[in-house]
Design a protein around this ligand. Structure first.
Ligand code: AFP
Length: 281
């Protein structure tokens, strides 16, 4: 039953993603509003949110839709599942025409909820091609999405065992001394890949092996990224692909936020690099 529900949810995401992508060129302008995290919204953020909500409303298993762009949950049906979504993550990349994505979490509890309540998570990457990565039951699959078509290209995606890249967010002067020291070591061993969109940056880690961090910074001790909408789902995916996640001390999936738009430091990647990070912080 859960398998069928998860597959219906991600079919709905795959069906909607081409329309979201097609709408981007005309929606690079500011919408005039702010999301609940205080960030200004682009017309594309608001439009993507409405497209996903309308489509997920048609999936029987979904009872609640909770978007990063909205203050509170929206009841969309009688189903027992909650879909949390960041409809357009990295939307500031739209101005410079760089990668962006959609992040989707499927919880079997109302939010705020612990990462243990996730039953699936996935993302769409709007890169040169549109791909969708979905984690469920410990298996990660990658598909290529073209209009109306979903072609699985990897049916058991795992993190490469020899990591080669890293991507760290936040301004270097804002990093803590402990994270700065860790970063200096990592910089001497691996190649920098950072694009400012979590989906694009984590996708690179899944492709090449390595580590993505958006650490606690002096001005924002809880980091920048949202637990329910960004950190939990990406941690779920990376752990299902054989890697590790950490908020600096524990798996991100062990975190239960007290409010839905709460933030957390995020570290995702190969086991050895996350272990080293936790002993450095
Ligand atoms: P936007 O959606 O405002 O572009 O933010 C994207 C994001 O939440 C996440 O996708 C990135 O990893 C992170 O912020 C990038 O933050 P910096 O701009 O500080 O590098």
């Amino acid at each position: 039953m859960a398998d069928q529900s998860v597959s219906q949810i991600f079919s709905a995401i795959a069906d909607t993603a081409p329309a979201v992508r097609a709408a981007l060129p005309g929606r690079r302008v500011e919408y005039g509003g702010e999301n609940p995290s205080g960030e200004s919204q682009l017309a594309a953020d608001v439009y993507a949110d409405s497209l996903f909500k309308d489509r997920l409303e048609q999936v029987d298993a979904v009872g609640t839709y909770f978007s990063e762009e909205e203050e509170s949950a929206v009841a969309v049906g009688d189903g027992s599942l909650t879909v949390a979504i960041d409809p357009l993550d990295g939307s500031s990349n739209l101005k410079s025409n760089n990668a962006l994505g959609t992040i989707v979490s499927v919880y079997d509890e109302p939010l705020p909820a612990s990462g243990d309540s996730l039953i699936a998570a996935g993302y769409v990457l709007y890169g040169p091609i549109t791909t969708m990565v979905v984690a469920h039951d410990g298996v990660v699959t990658e598909s290529v999405l073209t209009d109306g078509n979903q072609e699985v290209v990897k049916d058991d995606l795992t993190l490469p065992s020899e990591p080669t890249i890293y991507g760290f967010g936040g301004r270097i002067p804002d990093w803590t001394p402990e994270f700065t020291e860790y970063a200096r070591e990592i910089e001497s061993e691996f190649k920098l890949r950072y694009g400012g969109s979590m989906v694009g940056d984590v996708n690179q880690v899944l492709t090449y092996g390595g580590i993505f961090s958006y650490p606690a910074v002096k001005s924002a001790p809880d980091g920048k990224l949202r637990t329910q909408f960004e950190a939990h789902p990406m941690a779920y995916i990376v752990e299902a692909a054989g890697g590790k996640s950490s908020d600096g001390t524990q798996s991100i999936l062990d975190r239960t936020p007290t409010e839905v738009h709460e933030r957390t430091p995020v570290h995702l990647g190969n086991d050895e690099l996350i272990d080293r990070l936790e002993s450095s912080l």
